[in-house]
Design a protein around this ligand. Structure first.
Ligand code: ATP
Length: 235
């Protein structure tokens, strides 16, 4: 059954130099599922995304993409397998236009979204194609960052705090886009601290504390889920 899962990680450990950040993380993400990693600052959420993308040198454990072990693959090779990563800092080139930022995202396979599909998903971006990346609002930069990995053909998306610093109305637009992507069968693993947003988009929440999974609960099943999850959020 694991063979068909977009993402399965087991006994994942990671270190920054001599400092261990992950102590044996296990969870899976099913096709079309939205899973949220929840936890306080420093819990290890961003590190999990970096290890899945292959960006950390010192790591151990298993990362399976569609059942395939990817430990020996570079980030670019993982991208060719349909994995896309948006870091917290978004990685937009400030001195290039929106169109140029998009064009820099290589098309890695047949399944990449057309620019038109990306603008349907994020209507705000369409009128901004000639604007410089540095002129965009935080929300527009986030949309552009997600658009770029969709263009490259990613079907499994790793998003680090996509709503951080954004106004509520923009957060709502990101939520709608994620719901639309889910309906189109995209698989999404995202780091988030905004509980209202989490409850709006997540099928399941994996709570992280001190580099370990401390809860893994479907949002449909848990009763009084806010009480159950709020203890994992930064205060
Ligand atoms: P945040 O929301 O603050 O990013 P997080 O849950 O994503 O929190 P991580 O960024 O994954 O946490 O950090 C996990 C642990 O690894 C923390 O103890 C952090 O100090 C440490 N760490 C993260 N990045 C580095 C780095 N580049 N060098 C050294 N230690 C790091």
């Amino acid at each position: 059954r694991q063979a068909s899962l977009p993402l399965a990680i087991s006994n994942l450990k990671a270190w920054y130099g001599e400092v261990q950040a992950l102590f044996g993380i296990d969870f899976t993400v099913s096709e079309g599922e939205v899973v949220v990693l929840l936890g306080r600052n420093g819990a290890g959420k961003s590190t999990i995304l970096r290890v899945i993308m292959g960006l950390l040198q010192r790591q151990s454990g298993q990362v399976l993409l569609q059942g395939r072990e990817v430990r020996s693959l570079r980030p670019s090779e993982r991208a060719h397998l349909g994995l896309g990563y948006c870091p917290e800092e978004r990685g937009i080139f400030a001195s290039l236009t929106v169109a140029e930022n998009m064009a820099l995202s290589p098309r890695l396979g047949g399944s990449g979204m057309s620019d038109d599909e990306i603008f349907e998903l994020f209507p705000n971006l369409r009128s901004r194609t000639r604007h410089l990346g540095g002129q965009l609002s935080g929300g527009e930069q986030q949309m552009l960052a997600i658009g770029r990995i969709l263009r490259s053909g990613a079907r499994t998306l790793l998003l680090d705090e996509p709503t951080e610093g954004l106004a509520p109305i923009i957060i709502r637009q990101i939520e709608q886009a994620i719901t639309a992507l889910k309906q189109r069968g995209y698989t999404i693993l995202l780091v988030e601290q905004n509980l209202a947003f989490v409850l709006g988009v997540a099928d399941r929440v994996v709570a992280i504390e001190n580099g370990l999974v401390v809860d893994n609960c479907p949002t449909s099943e848990a009763e009084r889920i806010e009480a159950r999850l709020s203890k994992y959020i930064a205060v």
